[in-house]
Design a protein around this ligand. Structure first.
Ligand SMILES: [Zn+2]
Length: 117
C-alpha cells in the first residue's frame, strides 16, 4: 500500500507537486521544511525608501520550501499593511519588525535564528 501510494504520488508530481524536491519523499513524510527552518538565518530590518517611508524587509527565508508570496500575504494580514514578496525578500510597508518576528517564531522558525536589525 505504501509503495502504491508513492507511485501515485510520483505520477501526480507534475500536477500536484506532492513530492518534496529535496528528499523525494511525499510531502506529508518530508521534514525538509522543518530542518530548513532550523537552518535558516532570517534578518528583519528597517529601510527608509523613497519619500521617507519606512519599509520592513525580511531577508533569508529560503523560498525552496516556503511560499514567500503566501507568507507575505499572511504577514500583510498580521501587520495590517501593504507589502510584497520579491527577489527572495518580503517587503512590508511600515515598521513591523517585532510583529514579523513573533509571527515567524509562531511558524516554527527558531527565535535564535531571527536577527532583528
Ligand atoms: Zn523533503
Amino acid at each position: 500500500m505504501k509503495i502504491l501510494y508513492s507511485t501515485i504520488a510520483i505520477v501526480s508530481l507534475s500536477i500536484m507537486a506532492e513530492i518534496c524536491p529535496t528528499c523525494g519523499l511525499p510531502k506529508d513524510l518530508c521534514v525538509c521544511s522543518e530542518i530548513d527552518r532550523e537552518q535558516q538565518r532570517i534578518r528583519i530590518r528597517l529601510e527608509t525608501r523613497k519619500f521617507g517611508r519606512p519599509t520592513t524587509i525580511v531577508d533569508g527565508i529560503n523560498d525552496k520550501n516556503t511560499n514567500l508570496a503566501s507568507t507575505a500575504q499572511k504577514l500583510k494580514g498580521v501587520c495590517a499593511c501593504g507589502g510584497t514578496a520579491k527577489n527572495g525578500q518580503i517587503l512590508l510597508q511600515g515598521d513591523h519588525r517585532e510583529k514579523v518576528r513573533e509571527y515567524l517564531i509562531k511558524l516554527g522558525y527558531p527565535e535564535g535564528n531571527i536577527e532583528l536589525q
